[in-house]
Design a binder for this molecule. Structure first.
Ligand code: SAM
Length: 400
């Protein structure tokens, strides 16, 4: 037999046995479990909205099969791939799962398909899932165009090297932003992706609201609402900024363009006049700072939405989702993290200061004793997110 059969969630799927054939990646079960949980939550919080879903890069279609069987309010799923072998397999897998009434397939270039669907509301989608090999960059423009206002965009990026600062030039060509290999690079990566989605949306007078942005193993997964609205699209500049990051001690300083103020029926932009641009040296160690960005400086998650996912998962068990434990763990971390951008890594800042690494709780209490907030980031073990200015952190460590 040319095919082997796998099962995942409520679905089964054939995929080709030979190497370099249609793709099935068992590691991505977590990604698919999470996406089903998000889509069910999304439908619930929108009065059990019926969902018209596009899986633009479907490969074997395992994800679409699972959406058809495990998402409660599906109106229709279009599973697309430009590889005819993949589409043939999707057709087989539809029959295997008895979901022919819910899943359609198409064999198109994803960007051409999405653009052709973008002209009227009827053909647009409530949910678009982009799960490419590597970068999603070339699909973002047509995806934001072909999503209905209030729809949800699900984006995977596996080009972690680029997003985390290996090759600033490549990152710039893909995302219009420069990253840096630094301890908090995983959150920078999420913020570069969000900046890129936001800028594509703004071109069409649309704006984004991130509901969940996760750094997972060696990839990133984002869940973003996309709305129509010219004013809010203009106001998206308030959620975009830069970071000056020290290559030696990893201190970071946020810099914004400025902000908009409301005027009659419109907004007006005002440059930031308070922070005169004199930040070229790190205030802690005097090293020359590096300029990183532009990045999304707004919220990474909607905490209420995350709580809703957690309530949904409270009704499920490990038979429904093999990865439920990990999902709940990661969602709790994401829910508890502060909205302040970026973080320090405790071992890293202690090795910079040549001091012994204290227990994470000890460091947390020290920061809280100075009347600042502190949390983990879901992106890294031993991370410290805080609203304390960097000199407070260094002062604490100096007095250790
Ligand atoms: N989403 C799938 C899953 O969860 O199992 C995996 C998708 S796989 C990583 C990426 C797929 O995108 C491949 O099957 C490839 O043929 C397809 N692809 C790449 N570029 C495309 C394009 N421009 N248009 C349509 N499909 C494309």
């Amino acid at each position: 037999a040319l095919y082997s059969k796998i099962s995942e969630g409520k679905a089964q799927a054939y995929f080709h046995k030979t190497k370099n054939q249609v793709f099935y990646n068992p590691i991505q079960e977590f990604n698919r479990d999470l996406s089903i949980s998000v889509l069910n939550t999304y439908s619930r919080v929108n009065d059990s909205k019926k969902l018209k879903i596009l899986e633009a890069l479907a490969a074997s279609g395992i994800r679409s099969m699972r959406y058809a069987l495990e998402v409660d309010n599906v109106e229709e799923i279009l599973a697309n791939d430009f590889d005819q072998k993949a589409v043939d397999l999707i057709e087989e897998n539809k029959k295997l799962n008895n979901v022919e009434h819910l899943v359609k397939s198409s064999c198109d270039d994803a960007t051409i398909l999405m653009n052709s669907m973008s002209r009227n509301w009827k053909t647009k989608f409530d949910c678009i899932d982009l799960d490419p090999y590597g970068t999603p960059a070339s699909f973002l423009d047509s995806a934001v165009r072909s999503i209905r206002s209030g729809g949800i965009l699900l984006v995977t990026a596996t080009d972690a090297g680029v997003l985390c600062g290996n090759g600033a030039d490549t990152c710039f060509t893909k995302y219009g932003s420069v990253s840096l290999r630094t301890p908090c690079c995983h959150e920078l990566a999420l913020r570069i992706l969000l900046q890129s989605i936001s800028s594509h949306a703004a071109r069409y007078s649309k704006y984004i609201v991130p509901v969940l942005s996760l750094s997972i193993d060696f990839y990133f997964r984002l869940f973003v609402l996309v709305y129509d609205g010219q004013m809010k699209a203009k106001e998206s500049i308030n959620d975009i900024g830069f970071f000056h990051i020290c290559p030696e001690c990893h201190t970071f300083y946020e810099q914004k363009y400025g902000k908009t103020v409301p005027t009659k029926g419109n907004v007006k932009f005002i440059f930031d006049s308070t922070s005169e641009y004199n930040l070229t040296k790190c205030q802690n160690c005097e090293a020359t700072l590096k300029l990183v960005g532009p990045v999304w400086t707004g919220k990474l998650h909607d905490k209420i939405f995350i709580q809703n996912i957690l309530s949904y998962l409270a009704t499920k068990n490990d038979k429904d989702f093999k990865t439920i434990e990990r999902m709940v763990g990661m969602l709790n971390l994401a829910c508890e993290e502060l909205d302040n951008p970026l973080y320090y890594i405790l071992d890293d800042i202690c090795s910079v200061m040549h001091c012994q690494t204290p227990n994470h709780n000890v460091m947390r209490s020290a920061i809280m004793n100075c009347n600042y907030q502190v949390s983990y980031s879901h992106c890294a073990k031993n991370s410290i997110k805080t609203d304390a200015p960097s000199h407070v952190i260094w002062d604490i460590l100096k007095r250790w």
